[in-house]
Design a protein around this ligand. Structure first.
Ligand code: C2E
Ligand code: MG
Ligand code: MG
Length: 404
């Protein structure tokens, strides 16, 4: 039966649990949104009761925070994480960075960085393998004080992540001056499958903002393929959530690190929902009058989505997904004599090389089979631009049927 924690018994129960090894870190992996590779993890405290049942953090973290005992738990979890990374290093496994949660209570510790280095160095763990996670709510302490607190952690070689961004009163103005390395976008911003346009605009703006500030972005609480697809189009770098993996025990995580993502774990068939920003709608409507099909592609990330697919006589295909699959499908719908030219023109690598060499536009006319079984001449024009915030090369494809 789960323990009943009170302010009177929590101190004793915490000490007992630590002594008996009943508090352990679980690890939730983070994955690269493009390659699907394991790229880090977060250590999450779990309290195991006498019957072996897991007591989740929300049953004990708030009371530990109220009594300031949370710092004891956090240092204990850090120590367990360091011992684990040491074990990986000793066994010849290259670790990935583990982020450890530090309550805002630590901002009152006068020698936080000294204590941090003391534990990490005791296990001879290189500092780059530890990331300090501080929740957005901790940023409410004095501006100068927090900036100095985070700067000192960074100067000692640790990465710093701002956790739960967007869950409270996020001050973008403050964030721009905080020398953090990572921004973790709170799961509350990801509702449903990102169908709501206003929510998409908010997320797009946050990612754009974070990228321009050179922050690595992590989306928390990703549960569906549709959310993943949308996050990829926003340029979100890392994904943490049940869609890929729930928090797992240390032994399970050790195995995951050992395999470090074999091919089968990679992302397959990513479908991307259409994030059409309202600001561009009028302009798009005008362009649609000439070109009924517009495709926005991210060549660097091998993804695309269609902005419109009306009155366009060709086989229906999915409105978002992998660019290479779109080109394969498009090629097959062309007249056999035009297929090679079409496939060569829109080969990703060739386009990226051409962009690097200065090409900004290319055009091709091919014959495409419509749903009615008739071949029609199709003009396809690609314009290439670079996303200034992420360096990704984007292609804007305009396509229309030419008069015979
Ligand atoms: P957090 O740091 O934001 O951790 C992410 C939480 O989201 C974890 O909950 C994780 O299990 C959950 N989560 C991950 N992916 C998904 C998903 O796809 N869907 C949903 N619905 N949830 C997902 P958890 O482990 O219950 O931890 C809750 C919070 O407790 C953490 O939120 C963190 O603030 C706190 N916490 C956990 N361990 C520690 C610790 O060692 N020290 C401190 N100070 N706080 C901790
Ligand atoms: Mg966290
Ligand atoms: Mg969080």
């Amino acid at each position: 039966m789960a323990k009943f924690f009170t302010e009177d018994n929590i101190s004793k129960l915490l000490d007992e649990a630590i002594e008996k090894g009943l508090i352990v870190p679980y690890y939730q992996p983070k994955y690269d949104s493009v390659t699907g590779k394991l790229s880090g993890s977060e250590a999450l405290a779990r309290w195991i009761d006498e019957e072996g049942c897991i007591i989740p953090p929300n049953s004990f973290i708030p009371i530990l925070e109220d009594s300031c005992l949370i710092t004891k738990l956090d240092w204990y979890i850090l120590e367990k994480v360091c011992a684990f990374i040491r074990k990986q290093l000793d066994n010849g496994i290259t670790p990935v960075t583990v982020s450890v949660n530090f309550s805002r209570v630590h901002t009152y510790e006068s020698d936080f960085v000294g204590l941090l280095c003391g534990i990490v160095d005791k296990y001879k763990v290189p500092h780059k393998y530890i990331e300090v996670e501080i929740t957005e709510s901790a940023l409410t302490k004095g501006r100068v004080y927090i900036i100095d607190f985070i700067s000192r952690i960074r100067s000692s070689g640790f990465a710093v992540a701002i956790d739960d961004f967007g869950s409270g009163l996020s001050s973008l103005n403050f964030l721009k001056d905080v020398p953090a390395t990572v921004l973790k976008i709170d799961k509350s911003l990801l509702s449903g499958n990102c169908e709501n346009e206003k929510e998409r605009i908010v997320l797009e703006s946050i990612f754009n903002f974070a990228q321009r500030l050179n922050l690595v972005t992590v989306a928390e609480g990703v549960e569906t393929k549709e959310q993943l697809g949308f996050l990829r189009t926003c340029g979100c770098e890392l994904i943490q959530g049940f869609y890929f993996c729930k928090p797992v025990t240390q032994d399970e995580y050790y195995e995951l690190c050992r395999k470090n993502m074999s091919e089968k774990d990679q992302i397959e068939d990513i479908l991307i929902t259409q994030p059409q920003a309202s600001a561009t709608k009028l302009l798009l409507d005008a362009v649609f009058m000439c070109f009924p099909l517009i495709i926005m592609s991210n060549l660097s990330r091998n993804s695309f989505y269609m902005m419109a697919y009306e009155n366009f006589t060709t086989r229906s295909c999915s409105s978002a997904g992998e660019y290479t699959k779109l080109i394969e499908m498009g090629t097959m719908s062309m007249h056999p004599d035009d297929r090679k030219a079409f496939a060569d023109t829109f080969d990703i690598k060739e386009q990226l090389d051409a962009f690097a060499a200065g090409e900004r536009r290319r055009r091709i006319v091919t014959r495409q089979l419509g749903d009615d079984g008739v071949y029609r001449k199709i003009e396809t024009i690609n314009y290439y631009v670079q996303n200034p915030s992420s360096d990704d090369v984007l292609a804007i494809t305009l396509s229309r049927t030419l008069e015979n």
